[in-house]
Design a protein around this ligand. Structure first.
Ligand code: TTP
Ligand code: MG
Length: 365
């Protein structure tokens, strides 16, 4: 039997709305309704640029990459906040973890955007988007905008068409009416230089780009980029989703401030680490079958013990029991420097092993 390849791909691009600002508003609801600008250290009199502005601040013309001082001049009453990257990465992980309930075929392209390949799902696009939006809303309180099309190029353009909280489905028959009126820089891969050059030769819209002859594009832009532009202007793009992750484990470890002999303290730490691993497991929609613990003594001797459970589980109690069964198999006759716990053999609770799972380690924003 050969694997069935869908005749048409269905690719979804998701981009969070005013992401950094939305995270700030979520944790401080008093900001809602006010213009909010996130950038630098949050002091508009100091050097720095705007990372993002909420939609209220955008009404004044404030946008990403604008100097903070300019933003301050045009809207001094705005609330200026420093960039709290760690907080945004945490929320980024949270919203991405909800997407695993939709499909494991996810390309992570940035702190607030991803592609999903939903070709194989039997639901309508509207249904999928509804599930995604409510999952993200429930987990993070935030909204996103989604585009669905036959390829990545069009899906990304679509997600930007009805922001915020939008959903746009772009079909092949919409290319002339909805893609061609847009400025050329909306096409992924067209930067300011190409845009400026195209303007010089009178090409402002994607439609005008599509009217150029292939020979002309090849002559000006070379073989590879010339073909890319020719296809892109027609909405043609077959780039695959790039997945950075594969079946992995989820682990936590801690090095004690001072080497420890007290069994109670070691046990308490192991229980706390296991709880954190369970939280990560559940966040990612995973369950695990194998628990491994690691103990490093003060002389750096390192021991590991593992236990495999019959069923995939995300139960804290079961995983902790397994971790303690491992701990009992280690003779704690020396001071302990480090302790760690890992959950592996990931799958769905009561279900099958997953081929592709979320690896938090790859998120390096
Ligand atoms: P974007 O998705 O481009 O912007 P956004 O999410 O703030 O707003 P939109 O609703 O239009 O999608 O970028 C995501 C985050 O990346 C943004 O919240 C802040 C950060 N960022 C910068 O730090 N500098 C930049 O120049 C841009 C464009 C974004
Ligand atoms: Mg965004």
């Amino acid at each position: 039997m050969t694997a069935s390849i869908p005749a048409k791909r269905r690719i979804l691009h998701l981009d969070m709305d005013a992401f950094f600002a939305a995270v700030e508003e979520q944790r401080n609801p008093a900001l809602r309704g006010k213009p909010v600008v996130i950038g630098g250290r949050g002091d508009p009199t100091k050097r720095g640029v705007v990372s993002t502005a909420n939609y209220e601040a955008r009404k004044y013309g404030i946008h990403s990459a604008m100097p903070l001082i300019t933003a301050y001049k045009i809207c001094p009453q705005a609330v200026f906040l420093p960039v709290d990257y760690e907080a945004y990465v945490r929320v980024s992980r949270q919203f991405k973890s909800t997407l695993l309930f939709i499909t494991p075929i996810i390309e992570d392209i940035g702190i607030d955007e991803v592609y999903l390949d939903v070709s194989e799902l039997e639901e309508t696009s509207e249904n999928i988007v509804e599930r995604i939006k409510s999952g993200i809303k429930e987990k993070t309180g935030l909204t996103c905008s989604v585009g669905i099309a036959t390829n990545k190029l069009l899906a990304k353009i679509a997600s930007d068409m009805q922001k915020p909280d939008g959903m746009t489905i772009l079909n092949e028959e919409d290319i002339e009416s909805r893609l061609w009126p847009l400025p050329t820089r909306k096409l992924y891969g067209i930067g300011p230089k190409t845009e400026a050059y195209l303007k010089k030769i009178g090409v402002e819209t994607i439609g005008q780009l599509a009217a150029l002859k292939l020979e002309n594009l090849l002559e000006h832009f070379g073989n590879s980029y010339g073909h890319y532009l020719y296809d892109s202007a027609r909405g043609i793009n077959d780039s695959p989703l790039v997945m950075h992750w594969e079946a992995k484990s989820i682990s936590r470890e801690t090095t004690f401030q001072k080497d420890v002999k007290d069994w109670q303290f070691i046990a308490k730490t192991l229980a706390a680490l296991t709880r954190e691993v369970v939280t990560d497991l559940r966040d990612g929609g995973h369950a695990a079958r194998t628990v491994t613990i690691k103990i490093r003594f003060s002389d750096f001797q390192t021991l590991t013990r593992a236990k495999t459970i019959d069923e995939y589980t995300d139960s804290e109690e079961e995983l902790r029991r397994a971790a303690f069964a491992c701990l009992k198999r280690i003779d704690l006759n020396k001071r302990v420097r480090l302790i760690g716990v890992r959950a592996s053999s990931l799958g769905r609770r009561g279900g099958e092993k997953q081929q592709i799972v979320f690896s938090k380690k790859r998120l390096t924003y």
